[in-house]
Ligand binder design. Structure first.
Ligand SMILES: Cc1cc2nc3c(=O)[nH]c(=O)nc-3n(C[C@H](O)[C@H](O)[C@H](O)COP(=O)(O)OP(=O)(O)OC[C@H]3O[C@@H](n4cnc5c(N)ncnc54)[C@H](O)[C@@H]3O)c2cc1C
Length: 276
């Protein structure tokens, strides 16, 4: 079990990790190299790193966190479950446990498809490795909006009667996977998934797997109080859920590296203090 799990591998997450390590706490940072900073061609307003690309800055931050002893785990956390004295986080088929959680998930929030929330767990899944066996010999769709999609579609191809992949063609896809480029508009079904609508056409499926870079906060950690599109926090970066902190773009404006790094530091120090 880790002292602190940081969800999100951006400036807020790495700052939280560094500062937690300075307090000698065990830390895992879960996330992929897909945050907003990766899109910034040139950063000129962060002190000490003049005229640097976002990718380069992130690479330095990642190395620094790693060198200080933070463990890095690539992947997307699908759900955070509060237990008595800790939290369990689902990462593919694995679970990671930590005493405190710091959400550093950035400002990007996925737009859920009509039908998705209602049919989650009833034919809609975010994890092929976890739920694939339920669809052995069945017909499934994969909605590819994140880097895990290819790997997961190939896994499903080894189990399912058919896998239809809604996304762009990728050389690494198993030849058994059928690729379609239409945009998925909604997921169909009443008590269970019956199909989806794409390009104006209703298509029958037994299950729909969705892979994104991020999760909607409402399904990642139900019950989290929001302030509009952002997570509500106090000055210690505590959220409405005891033991859960938030930092960076996910807590509000300004969406800037300096603010993300500052909040990551505050969240880590507050979490470390509570761990004592
Ligand atoms: C084009 C562009 C230019 C910019 N230029 C500047 C600039 O010049 N100066 C400046 O200060 N700021 C700039 N910014 C803003 C800056 O990039 C952000 O403010 C900063 O990256 C916020 O850091 P963060 O850690 O809060 O979020 P992010 O950097 O967005 O990182 C969020 C991380 O969380 C991960 N994540 C989300 N959900 C999950 C989940 N469920 N499980 C696991 N991981 C998850 C994401 O994959 C990502 O790694 C720019 C942004 C853009 C897009």
């Amino acid at each position: 079990m880790f002292d602190i799990a940081v969800i999100g591998a951006g400036p807020a997450g790495y700052s939280a990790a560094l500062n937690a390590r300075k307090r000698e706490k065990s830390v895992v940072v879960i996330g992929q190299n897909t945050g907003w900073l990766t899109k910034a061609e040139l950063i000129e307003n962060y002190p000490g790193m003049p005229a640097i690309s976002g990718q380069e800055m992130l690479c330095i931050m990642r190395r620094q966190a790693q060198d200080m002893g933070a463990q890095l785990r690539p992947g997307v956390v699908h759900q955070i479950i509060a237990m008595d004295e800790s939290f369990a986080m689902s990462l593919g088929a694995d679970f990671i446990e930590a005493k405190k959680v710091i959400l550093c998930t950035g400002a990007k929030q996925p737009r859920l498809l009509p039908g998705e929330e209602k049919l989650l767990g009833r034919g809609v899944s975010y994890c092929g490795t976890c739920d694939g066996m339920l669809y052995r010999g069945k017909h499934v769709a994969v909605i590819a909006q994140g880097p895990e999609a290819v790997h997961e579609a190939n896994f499903l191809a080894s189990l399912c009667a058919s896998v239809t992949y809604f996304g762009s063609k990728d050389e690494a896809l198993d030849p058994r996977v059928t690729v379609r480029s239409e945009k998925v508009e909604s997921i169909l079904g009443d008590m269970h998934v019956s199909g989806l609508t794409a390009g104006g056409e209703d298509l029958p499926f037994d299950g729909v797997f969705i892979f994104r870079e991020t999760m909607a906060l409402s399904s990642l950690i139900p019950g989290l109080e929001m302030d509009g599109a952002f997570i509500r926090v106090d000055r210690q970066m505590k959220t409405s859920i005891p033991g859960v902190y938030a930092a960076g773009d996910c807590t509000g404006l300004p969406l800037q590296v300096a603010k993300a790094v500052g909040e990551g530091c505050i969240a880590a120090l507050a979490a470390a203090k509570e761990l004592k």
